[in-house]
Design a protein around this ligand. Structure first.
Ligand code: C2E
Ligand code: MG
Ligand code: MG
Length: 510
């Protein structure tokens, strides 16, 4: 009969081989060769178990690491890398959650859409590094203005959103106002303080709305806020959707208008006050719309800027106005100094080819640079970018005249007026008033004139609507003026007619 320990040993080996690493065979008291094998097997089992446990621990820590990495990836997929705010995907998920809760009877959330005003300008003039710092700074202010339970998200670019669960209209408005206040003092970037305002749209969610609809309608309200000027909170109203649709339609039609020759130029004379001579004209663009009739520039220039066609529109205006000037010069004996003024949108200066385009247009119409005056708004000189400065310098070298338009409506800092590379200042009509009747207004205009002269610039007054304004300005020594009193903006033939008369035959002869 064989030794029973051999059976136990075999049994043990089978269990060990099957993975039961804790199994051990008990040696007998005999301490013979079989016991030596048993002890050897037990020692091997000890080693095996140790190796196995170490392996197991290592696998476990790897799994924990993988799990952590996975969580991090999920978090990153829901986080905006620059600001660490929630991103669009996270916001959409949160909106879905809140809308589902509202459908089940809970209170609907509110959504604030926040868009920075003129962020592109900050990027252009201070560089992208500073731009990024502004965005992180804004993110911080937004987080401080919201509650812990609100979802603050960056949707991309300079667009942010805040989802407020179960908010009242007053409560949500409050958050909006807090944000505007928080941005009010500007943001510290390095040693600079960068002013960065925002426009905010607010939409109170309604049951049955989709997340996309909620976002879109908050966006529409935000655009309405922007249209009213910066630093505003606007609550969504259904009519805004209609206004937006009209605007979109206008944008599509405007693209066509430029290529299909629906734009026309009217010209308004500028009068040299001392002599009554027409010293030049300002070209003013109109849109001859096939259904809606003549549309004025205030209605479509901003849209053209928004959809990026203002450069193309501007090129058309420059080409047409210079060709027209050539036409008048060929038809009449015009004064050598007779000039045409053209309004230039700040967006046009952003094109690196702008100066070259002007040069080509002048050459093609055979017009001297001195007979062209470009009207620019104060903003391009004050808040202007490197590219603006480059274009302005190029224009100066080319020899075209430069004039600040609408002076008195924008920044109007007296100190910068002295340093501007311009020749003329067109004083906005809101500053004109009735100087003949009002001594204080007369003193005010005298002071403006002195200021302009001290800066060695010439003053052009716009918006002259009656004879007494014209006479008073002449008495005060203003050089030039323009306005309905002299003539409304006219089609080119109307100007030809006026130019054909001598100053003594004009109704404004003073
Ligand atoms: P602006 O350059 O200040 O042009 C003067 C505006 O005042 C013109 O309006 C003109 O018709 C109007 N105006 C002239 N005299 C009088 C007056 O006595 N009383 C009153 N109340 N208004 C007077 P318009 O033609 O509607 O142009 C509005 C603005 O559109 C212009 O203001 C200019 O900023 C812009 N604009 C016009 N044409 C162009 C263009 O070709 N390109 C660009 N970028 N902007 C243009
Ligand atoms: Mg103008
Ligand atoms: Mg003006």
């Amino acid at each position: 009969m064989s030794d029973p320990r051999l059976g136990e040993l075999l049994d043990g080996i089978i269990r060990l081989a099957a993975g039961d690493l804790r199994c051990r065979v008990k040696p007998s008291a005999a301490r013979d060769e079989i016991d030596a094998v048993i002890t050897g097997i037990n020692l091997l089992a000890d080693d095996l178990q140790l190796v196995y446990e170490e392996l197991e621990a290592r696998v476990e820590s790897r799994t924990a690491l993988l799990r952590e990495a996975h969580r991090e990836m999920e978090r990153m997929a829901m986080t905006d890398a620059l600001t660490s705010l929630a991103n669009r995907a996270a916001l959409l998920a949160a909106i879905d959650r809140e809308l589902a809760a509202a459908a089940a009877g809970g209170p609907p959330p509110a959504l604030l859409m926040v868009d920075l005003d003129s962020f592109k300008g900050i990027n252009d003039s201070h560089g992208h590094g500073a731009g990024d710092q502004v965005l992180t700074g804004v993110a911080e202010r937004l987080r401080e203005s919201a509650r812990e339970t609100d979802v603050v998200a960056r949707l991309g670019g300079d667009e942010f959103a805040i989802l407020i669960p179960g908010a009242s209209l007053a409560g949500a408005m409050n958050v909006g106002e807090r944000i505007l206040n928080a941005l009010n003092g500007g943001l510290k970037v390095g040693h600079r303080n960068i002013v960065c305002r925002a426009s905010i749209g607010l939409r109170m969610a309604e049951r049955g709305q989709s997340a996309q609809e909620l976002l879109q309608e908050a966006d529409v309200a935000m655009y309405a806020a922007k249209a009213e000027g910066s630093a505003k909170v606007k609550v969504f109203e259904p009519f805004m959707l209609h206004a937006q649709q009209l605007r979109n339609m206008l944008a599509v039609e405007l693209r066509r208008a430029i290529s299909e020759d629906q734009l026309v130029l009217h010209y308004q004379p500028i009068i040299e006050l001392a002599t009554g001579r027409i010293e030049g004209v300002e070209a003013l663009v109109r849109w001859q719309h096939p259904d809606r009739g003549l549309i004025m520039p205030d209605e479509f220039i901003a849209v053209a800027e928004e959809i990026g066609v203002v450069a193309e529109l501007g090129r058309w205006v420059i080409g047409t106005a210079l060709a027209q000037l050539r036409g008048w010069k060929d038809a009449l004996e015009l004064d050598e100094r007779f000039s045409v003024r053209i309004n230039i949108s700040p967006f046009q200066l952003q094109s690196i080819e702008f100066v070259d385009d002007i040069w080509k247009a002048l050459r093609s119409a055979e017009i001297k640079p001195a007979n062209l005056i470009l009207e620019l708004t104060e903003s391009v000189f004050v808040g202007g970018t490197e590219l603006d400065r480059y274009s302005i310098l190029g224009l100066r070298q080319l020899g075209v005249g430069l004039e600040i338009d609408d002076f008195g409506t924008g920044y109007s800092s007296i100190s910068y007026l002295r340093r501007l590379p311009v020749d003329k200042v067109k004083i906005d009509r809101s500053l004109l008033g009735e100087p003949a009747q009002d001594p204080q207004q007369r003193a005010f205009l005298t002071a403006i004139l002195q200021l302009v002269r001290a800066c060695r610039l010439e003053a052009v007054f716009e918006g002259i609507e009656n004879r007494s304004q014209a006479e008073e300005l002449r008495r005060l020594g203003a050089e030039s003026a323009q306005g309905y009193y002299f003539s409304r903006p006219l089609p080119a033939e109307g100007i030809l007619d006026l130019l054909g008369r001598s100053p003594a035959d004009q109704h404004w002869s003073l």
